[in-house]
Design a protein around this ligand. Sequence first.
Ligand SMILES: Nc1ncnc2c1ncn2[C@@H]1O[C@H](COP(=O)(O)OP(=O)(O)OP(=O)(O)O)[C@@H](O)[C@H]1O
Ligand SMILES: [Mg+2]
Length: 304
Amino acid sequence: MNNIVNLPSYLEQSDAVRERFERIKQREVILEVKNLGKTYKTAKGEVTALKDVNFKTHRREFVCIIGPSGCGKSTLARILAGLESHTSGEVLVDGKPVNGPGRDRGMVFQGYTLFPWLSVRRNVMFGLEMNGSLREEAAREADLWLELVGLEKFANAYPHELSGGMKQRVAIARALVNQPRVLLMDEPFGALDAQSRAKMQQHLLEIWRNVDITIVFITHDLDEAIFLADRILVLKAHPGEVQELIEVPVPRPRSAQQYVSPEFLATKARLESLIHPPTPPVDEQAEAVKPRMIRFVNVEDNVE
Ligand SMILES: Nc1ncnc2c1ncn2[C@@H]1O[C@H](COP(=O)(O)OP(=O)(O)OP(=O)(O)O)[C@@H](O)[C@H]1O
Ligand SMILES: [Mg+2]
């Protein structure tokens, strides 16, 4: 790709972008992952889902995590959320070790996880009420956050009355209402159609600009990662290890026009080469186990 259109290096940064990264690095560290490892014991033996993962995120930074299926992205998200234990290393939020779920971390998953029997407002109030807030106070808070995600008119609606994108906006409001330090998002827009997904990406950046929140966002989608992130943590599979931590050279504010900018394309080319490395030479391929193809057709000609 580099040769065809003569792209700049993804490592090249304009002065404005470089200065922005310098400012980010001067901010306090909110999340620190140190030598994190996770091994699952299964009937077939041990599976190393994560090995020696290290990274830091600074206050109000937007970090995306990408990597092939099975490289441990969700495992990492669950460990950061405190929903799963780790085997080695540690996770610190504001310098304190994470040993379980806590209000300092909010979580949004891919699947719609709203309570279907509760109204939108009551869904958002739920966490506050669980933590002892009075109902009236929780309702007031919930309405503020629903306004932020643009759903104040839907406070009395039920989840089944909302589109997929709207449901995820409620899920974001529900995670933010506890005022966490870190918002963990595991493929939150994965189930949306392309148009709703693009709208939600814009919307999330808008929310992030207005709230003091550090975001760790997991995605399969390279464009989504470049569009959203300050830095992208690229994992590789088996075991899930950090391949590279990329500073996205695309300036902010981000817009759809930037998808074809040289910096965007250069970053995408780099991510492609890490995630989908070129196929090995033919003699190496021959060594790989070939799946046995069974043909369910009885015609002679080949469709190709
Ligand atoms: N509860 C579990 N028990 C055993 N192995 C597990 C468990 N959960 C995950 N794994 C294994 O750990 C590895 C990482 O899984 P994980 O779900 O974190 O990957 P992922 O990167 O989120 O994948 P995807 O992109 O498909 O969502 C995989 O090999 C998976 O089979
Ligand atoms: Mg996953």
